[in-house]
Design a protein around this ligand. Structure first.
Ligand SMILES: [Zn+2]
Length: 285
């Protein structure tokens, strides 16, 4: 029955891949934040100020409280004007399609019983439904990112104004906050894109099992890099049911910054990998 070996990830340092999609998303997030940065710079340099010297030098800006409190909304508008959402959503959807294709090729390679054609899968209603769920989810995450970034940036600005920082120092504090926001945006994009790919593989493996009766398990490939978490590395080479993998990723922060990948393998009734030999047969959870 099984004629081919499972297709394992080529990149041992980064089994899940998706580097280009993540890079494009990071660039889009940077563009989005730089629109907010431009706005804030222009604002700060347009504010008249008085220098007050008592014990220490203080800058008092001639701006109304109303003007200061509307900054968060203005940042949000600037960010939405240069929104990265569309790109990040489409990269996540492409990652889902990529994962589905990887899964179809791999299962087709290990099992003659697998007769699904990738074009049929992609045009099917279940696939379309899942993809729209992914898109809604990523969109929601990115919207939350915008709101949080705008809120934090305006808080940093307000605090600096209240303290009486000079304009250069305000820009410096904002720069620092931009860096934090960029990092958070990238983390969201990375997590959603790699998560979409993994979800696609699990969805297809589950479908193959349910619709075609192909007994599959997910073999874990951990990244062999310096930042790999011990608990992730410990799963390397082990087999898990689709459900167990889903649950694991739903726990703690396992999905965040994870470069691990799971590959479908054929298993026998007792959950042992078929064709792996005695040594490699591991438990199935
Ligand atoms: Zn991992």
């Amino acid at each position: 029955m099984a004629q081919g070996k499972p297709i394992v990830p080529r990149n041992k340092e980064n089994p899940v891949g998706q580097v280009a999609r993540i890079r494009r998303s990071s660039a889009a997030i940077r563009r989005q934040l730089s629109a907010a940065r431009k706005l804030l710079k222009a604002k700060i340099s347009s504010w008249p100020f008085q220098i007050i010297e008592t014990n220490a030098k203080r800058y008092e800006y001639q701006i109304s409280l109303g003007e200061l409190s509307s900054v968060a909304d203005e940042i949000l508008i600037a960010m939405i004007g240069e929104s990265s959402h569309e790109l990040v959503v489409s990269e996540a959807m492409a990652a889902y399609e990529n994962g589905t294709a990887q899964s179809a090729v791999n299962i087709g390679n290990i099992s003659d019983d697998y007769t699904r054609e990738i074009t049929d899968i992609l045009s099917g209603a279940p696939y379309q439904r899942r993809v729209s769920l992914i898109s809604a989810r990523v969109f929601e995450e990115m919207r939350g990112f915008d709101a949080q970034a705008a809120k934090e940036l305006s808080r940093v600005l307000r605090n600096a104004v209240e303290v009486g920082d000079n304009p250069l120092s305000i820009v410096g504090k904002l720069s620092n906050q931009f860096g934090i926001s960029q990092g958070r945006g990238e983390k969201i994009a990375r997590t959603e894109i790699t998560g979409a790919l993994r979800r696609a593989r699990m969805d297809e493996a589950e479908d193959a099992r349910q619709r075609q009766g192909i007994r599959l398990a997910m073999k874990h490939f951990s990244a062999n890099s310096s930042t790999t978490r011990q608990s992730h590395a410990a799963r390397h080479g082990l087999l898990f049911s689709v459900q167990a993998v889903r649950e694991w990723y739903a726990q703690d922060a396992n999905g965040i910054n994870c470069k691990c990948s799971q590959v479908e393998v054929l298993v026998d009734e007792s959950g042992k990998e078929i064709g792996a030999g005695k040594k490699k047969a591991r438990q199935i959870n």
